[in-house]
Design a protein around this ligand. Structure first.
Ligand SMILES: [Zn+2]
Length: 495
């Protein structure tokens, strides 16, 4: 069903509510969602609302109107009440079961007074509903949720950069015929409809809860140790591995990153490898760790072997990796399926990069270096077989071809446009019309071929050779480096 539109734009583009306009078409208002003319319906029986003069069904009008009204109120008043900080902590111990705690902390700050505020403000590759500055120049963000909550990737981005952010949930108001003044109270002053997306105290409180969890494990272990002897099989003390894992989990993420960078030999300031922060489309939220940390740690544990001295090929199965990740990061049993799915996607990506050979859920390591195997560009001809026994091994890569596939989910169109405009700046010299390109790309009704994409890029004033870098920057394709091995031609080429 379509929700009732309660807020609209008048002839001057000002925001008005249904209670402050003349009845019918005389209201002179348009829909903030579709721009269509509105009628003000102010009957005796039903709650007052706007409807489209054309009789059109407008899917987004009510939501857009509420969202817009909230943002305008924040910009106008530049004062927003803050919620307490709530940290939920949940771990499933393999022997002692579920440990669940929630901590609510009253923060000294009760309200943000913004010295300036902008709507739809750019934060990295994301858009903040409202971004502003406090008097001490701290940048802060207020997100307004009606239907769409802050994406997990964006939340991680903000946490990593320590940008404080709250989210105000207005979904319950979608049915209400409020005045702007009433809405202002919900947006600016209510203490119960908002929560923190990012707050620098979060990690500290999470560490406290982790310490409680460890104390709980220790207590449970000593209880178990005190059990009478006639128990058939007295459970063991927590193993060395359990203790090491608990210590690891207690480390701040920054320490884990530093450790990984040291192991991988990444210099200060060097970029973290893209293949160790693969955004998997399923299950990542079930692993209580940032994506680069769990992927980096898994890579180090199962694949990374810079010396390359070992004779035997290293093999492992998905369930080995699951067991290790589950212990290392404390994932809980009920989300086993999600964790496995995320790991399968990540390992599949590494296989496409040429690190692994994959056979169902069994993997063998082809390449133990930090970076994917060499990518000759332009493609080299088949290397002459070397006399060295290692080099003629069946598994030696002889050539790589750059491949790409459309991502299953694309970024929102406005985000895509920002990224495309950014890319234009980087591909200097190109008279690229990002708006036209994104508009056409997002209205394609069939999957465009490689040639079609290149033609489209050219039509929009871009460089055909840069087409895939552009698509990658926009976030609509992912690339893989497919390994071609010597010896066998595909059957259809052998005729
Ligand atoms: Zn509309």
């Amino acid at each position: 069903m379509h929700h009732r539109i309660v807020f609209a734009l008048d002839r001057q583009g000002r925001l008005v509510d249904i209670h402050s306009v003349p009845q019918g078409l005389a209201c002179g208002c348009v829909c903030p969602g579709c721009g269509g003319r509105l009628l003000a319906k102010q009957g005796q029986i039903r709650a007052w609302y706007f409807s489209h003069a054309s009789g059109a069904e407008c899917v987004s009008g009510a939501e857009t109107a509420l969202h817009l009204a909230a943002k305008r109120l924040i910009l106008e008043h530049r004062s927003v009440a803050l919620p307490p900080l709530v940290v939920n902590f949940r771990r499933l111990h393999p022997r002692f079961g579920l440990f669940e705690r929630s901590k609510t902390v009253e923060l000294p700050e009760k309200v943000w007074r913004l010295s300036e505020a902008r709507a739809e403000s750019r934060i990295g590759t994301y858009i903040a509903d409202v971004a502003g500055h406090l008097d001490d120049r701290t940048e802060v963000i207020v997100e307004v949720k009606v239907r769409h909550e802050v994406e997990p990737e964006k939340a991680k981005y903000l946490r990593a950069r320590r940008v404080p952010c709250i989210e105000i949930d207005l979904l319950p108001l979608l049915e209400e015929s409020l005045t702007l003044q009433e809405l202002a109270w919900h947006v600016l002053e209510s203490g119960t409809n908002r929560s923190w997306v990012s707050n620098s105290a979060y990690a500290e409180i999470e560490a406290e809860l982790l310490a409680e969890y460890q104390a709980w494990i220790a207590r449970k272990s000593s209880d178990v140790a005190g059990v009478p002897r006639h128990q058939p099989e007295p459970p063991k003390q927590p193993s060395k591995a359990d203790e090491a894992n608990a210590r690891y989990q207690a480390l701040p993420d920054e320490m884990k990153r530093l450790e990984l960078r040291t192991v991988l030999g990444l210099a200060n300031g060097a970029c973290w490898p893209r293949h160790l922060q693969v955004s998997v489309r399923e299950g990542a939220e079930a692993i209580p760790s940032p994506i680069d940390v769990w992927q980096g740690a898994t890579f180090v544990r199962f694949i990374y072997d810079p010396i390359g001295g070992r004779e035997e090929t290293k093999r492992f199965s998905l369930s080995h990796v699951y067991d290790w990740v589950s212990g290392r990061f404390g994932t809980s049993e009920p989300v086993r399926h999600q964790v496995s799915a995320a790991l399968r996607l990540f390992l599949g990506y590494l296989a496409k990069c040429g690190f692994l050979e994959r056979n169902g859920d069994a993997f063998s390591v082809l390449h133990g270096g930090l970076w994917p195997p060499a990518r000759p560009e332009p493609p080299v001809h088949l290397a002459k077989p070397s006399t060295s026994a290692r080099a003629v091994s069946k598994l030696t890569a002889v050539a790589l071809r750059r491949e790409w596939t459309w991502r299953e989910r694309w970024p929102l169109e406005d985000v895509a446009l920002l990224r495309a405009s950014d890319a234009t700046v980087r591909y200097a010299g190109a008279q690229f019309n990002a708006q036209l390109f994104v508009g056409m790309l997002y209205s394609m009704s069939i999957e465009p071929s490689e040639t079609a994409v290149k033609t489209l890029v050219t039509q929009c004033g871009g460089i055909a050779d840069a087409a895939f870098d552009l698509l990658k920057d926009i976030g609509v394709v992912e690339e893989s480096w497919r390994m071609l091995r010597g010896g066998v031609e595909p059957p259809w080429r052998c005729t």
